[in-house]
Write a protein that binds this ligand. Structure first.
Ligand SMILES: [Zn+2]
Length: 267
């Protein structure tokens, strides 16, 4: 408020004398009272500032690189919204799934989804901690997404759909982290992993719909949603959007990912 030339730049107001910054002020009146405290604070802040000869530029101070990118903004929003910074996650990204599926997968391996056993640990008073699908076992993350008989039958069908030569997926790490199965090329491993993440995401969605809206658990419908949703998300994120054929995806997605790689537009 006391600056006499409002358009003055920082460089106009800081002089460097023997590597020390000195204020070169032009006040409209001599600062006094509380303004003196503010001036002392300002001098303190400016004492470490050095001005270069480069032209002025914008800096995105919310990212350490100083450069604004949509991913740095998206990371910031995730940090605020979910309390996590996806850049620091130990789980490698998978470019075939939306951010929300990636975040969900990360939460799953951190045991951070609100299954009944986890809510109970937090002291939330629940009527029961048994699985809402089978009503027979304590609902843990592994049980809810992998081991519940209502869920494992769906995994068997997914493995069959993908022509995987393993009989079952036995825990969360196998579903989220491991890419074990038949020998896949790197793109194949990513697509198989994306499919498993999407399956977990959809299984959890249907579990919630049953718990909160009383929707009936319908395995055939869930399988078909996993197939169509994975097709939609993966094909939209592949380099040539049209090159995965829906009927082929439905019939045998491993067609696209057999080793050695077949030339396709997936990538
Ligand atoms: Zn169960």
């Amino acid at each position: 408020m006391l600056e006499s030339r409002k358009e003055a730049s920082v460089a106009d107001r800081i002089l460097h004398v023997n590597s020390t910054s000195i204020g070169n002020w032009e006040w409209s009146r001599t600062p006094s009272g509380r303004a003196m405290d503010e001036l002392a604070e300002l001098n303190n802040l400016l004492s470490s500032v050095t001005i270069s000869d480069r032209p002025d530029s914008w800096k995105f101070s919310l990212d350490t690189s100083g450069i604004f990118t949509t991913s740095s903004m998206s990371n910031l929003i995730n940090t605020l919204k979910y309390g996590i910074n996806s850049r620091n996650l130990s789980l490698p990204r998978n470019k075939y799934v939306p951010q929300k599926v990636f975040i969900f997968s990360w939460k799953v391996i951190q045991q951070k989804i609100p299954v009944r056993s986890e809510l109970d640990k937090k002291g939330i008073d629940l009527h029961t901690i048994l699985c809402p699908l089978c009503d027979n076992h304590i609902e843990t993350v592994d049980h809810a997404l992998i081991n519940c008989q209502k869920v494992s039958s769906i995994w068997i069908q997914i493995l069959d759909w993908w022509n995987q030569n393993i009989s079952t997926i036995s825990n969360i790490n196998e579903a989220i982290i491991s890419d074990q199965g038949f020998s896949l090329n790197p793109i194949g491993s990513s697509l198989w992993q994306a499919t498993k993440w999407i399956a977990c995401y959809i299984l959890w969605k249907h579990r919630n719909q049953k718990v909160f809206s009383g929707k009936i658990w319908n395995p055939a419908m869930i399988i078909s949603e996993i197939q169509s949703q994975s097709f939609s998300w993966i094909s939209n994120r592949s380099r040539k959007k049209t090159s995965i054929a829906w009927h082929q995806w439905l019939l045998n997605p491993s067609f696209y990912v057999a080793s050695p790689p077949i030339r396709t537009g997936i990538g």
